[in-house]
Design a protein around this ligand. Structure first.
Ligand code: SAM
Length: 269
């Protein structure tokens, strides 16, 4: 028996399994299955390093041998997941790209409940109110990972962190960063127990982010791309700050502003 015979081989675009993987582009299907799609060996390697084996590993028939691919197959099999060999055309359809990655994984979503978070475990945390752009959210998750933040808290009606676009923008950090969903009321109640500084970011703030006292663990609140941080949440902050802008731009991009804030809040000097 050849190695290929150990796996299921699918060549039809209309196969039900392939249809269900393609459906993960839709939020409704992701919510229903609590699953998401991650593309490429880098992502799959990140997941495996953090003990997250895929439910399903899809391998293009043209995928080159690689030690990480062998590990992914072994760990998928050990965790009881499916390994499926697929054609290039199927990978293109699933990824909606002309030049798809040759290895894809379907993973379980993981949300950390608000009351399970340990603020003292990290110097900084990020809370986002009604973030709408998947690229922004993915970039923020990646930045939070790089800066050593404890996690990202999504308040209210936010874009899905497990959308294909958001996951791509995380560059694999989606597996490393704790993600929490909550509503404004629960957040405001929980915030009362926060042991460090709660810092809002507003364009109308008079305090510069550099001069504000940020006691660790800092909880940084960022607003929606259009409407900014609501008065309700801003009022619950210890301080609201503005990142000075010297040109004609009237605001920074949300992900850039978050990056500036989390590095300021975690600065050792
Ligand atoms: N029109 C919105 C407003 O009035 O707030 C602009 C929102 S801005 C594109 C999105 C978010 O990025 C803001 O809510 C804030 O959290 C953050 N942000 C952007 N530029 C900022 C700055 N210069 N200082 C502080 N926060 C900023």
């Amino acid at each position: 028996m050849s190695a290929r015979d150990e796996y299921r081989v699918i060549t039809s675009l209309t196969n039900d399994t392939i249809k269900s993987v393609r459906a993960l582009h839709m939020r409704k299907e992701r919510d229903l299955t609590s699953a998401f799609l991650a593309e490429g060996l880098k992502f799959i390697g990140e997941a495996l390093d953090l003990g997250r084996a895929p439910r399903m590993l899809l391998v293009g028939e043209e995928a080159r041998p690689h030690p990480l691919l062998d590990r992914a197959k072994a760990e998928t099999r050990k965790a009881g997941g499916d390994i499926i060999i697929v054609t290039h055309a199927i990978l293109e359809k699933i990824s909606r790209r002309d030049n798809p990655q040759t290895v894809l994984g379907v993973f379980d979503q993981a949300y950390a409940p608000l009351d399970s978070l340990d603020p003292a475990s990290a110097p900084c945390w990020v809370a986002l109110e009604q973030v709408r752009d998947p690229g922004n959210l993915g970039t923020i998750i990646r930045t939070a990972d790089a800066a050593g933040c404890g996690g990202v808290i999504l308040i209210g009606d936010c874009v899905d962190p497990y959308s294909v676009e958001a996951v791509r923008a995380t560059m694999g950090s989606v597996f490393a960063v704790s993600i929490t969903r909550t509503d404004p009321e629960a957040f405001l109640a929980w915030r009362k127990t926060w042991p460090g500084s709660v810092v809002g970011t507003r364009l109308d703030a008079t305090v510069s982010h550099r001069s504000a006292v940020m006691r660790q663990p800092s909880l940084i609140l960022m607003g929606n791309e259009q409407a900014g941080l609501t008065d309700n949440l801003a009022a619950a902050c210890d301080v609201n700050v503005k990142i000075p802008m010297r040109g004609r731009a009237d605001s920074l991009n949300l992900a850039i502003a978050t990056g500036i804030m989390v590095y300021a809040a975690t600065d050792e000097t």
